[in-house]
Design a binder for this molecule. Sequence first.
Ligand SMILES: Nc1ncnc2c1ncn2[C@@H]1O[C@H](COP(=O)(O)OP(=O)(O)OP(=O)(O)O)[C@@H](O)[C@H]1O
Ligand SMILES: [Mg+2]
Length: 187
Amino acid sequence: MNKHMLRQQVNSAYQNLSGNDRLKAEKKIYEYLFQWSGWKQAETIAVTVSLKNEINTGPIIETGWQQGKRMCVPKIEPEQRGMDFYEIQAFGELERTIGQIYEPKKNICPLVPPEQLDLVLVPGLVFNRQGYRIGFGGGYYDRFLKRADFSTAALIHPFQLQDRIPVEAHDVPVQTLISSQGLIHVE
Ligand SMILES: Nc1ncnc2c1ncn2[C@@H]1O[C@H](COP(=O)(O)OP(=O)(O)OP(=O)(O)O)[C@@H](O)[C@H]1O
Ligand SMILES: [Mg+2]
């Protein structure tokens, strides 16, 4: 199956997930995440603000704040074909930008250089057990993860795991997958 079909398949599986099943799965995912040493050890964490068909990252950001962690959210810079992470301390520091995603307000949030990140929670639609992923197609995470000196993890529903996905030379796998059924360590 090609990337387009795999993305479609996952999106329709999301549509078919009932609100209740979704909440139950997310609760389990949060439990596994917050018990994981990679989370506990991390002081500075990068995470995206989820949209509808994604695992809700709001409670993750809030828990991070409660635990005294620095929570950082990306802002895409299409002209540089890159992205920068900014620390947010309240949801009011976000604004809706291109593609209706939530990004940090650059003028009030401090920039956090990549070398300060301990853990990056990587978004994506489809994954395999080697940690390879199909993202949203911009290549932003692939370019960013190339210089990784932090640990990486992705939060997924079981239906986002596929045996075979197309992998290209520029694709960068994540190290840990966390689902409602537990952790998969890739490395
Ligand atoms: N390291 C790279 N160097 C140059 N171009 C890249 C690199 N990584 C990705 N790209 C470009 O980005 C495009 C999209 O990449 P890909 O299809 O892997 O996206 P994706 O993994 O779905 O997106 P994302 O990483 O943003 O979630 C590719 O066609 C490629 O041209
Ligand atoms: Mg890719």
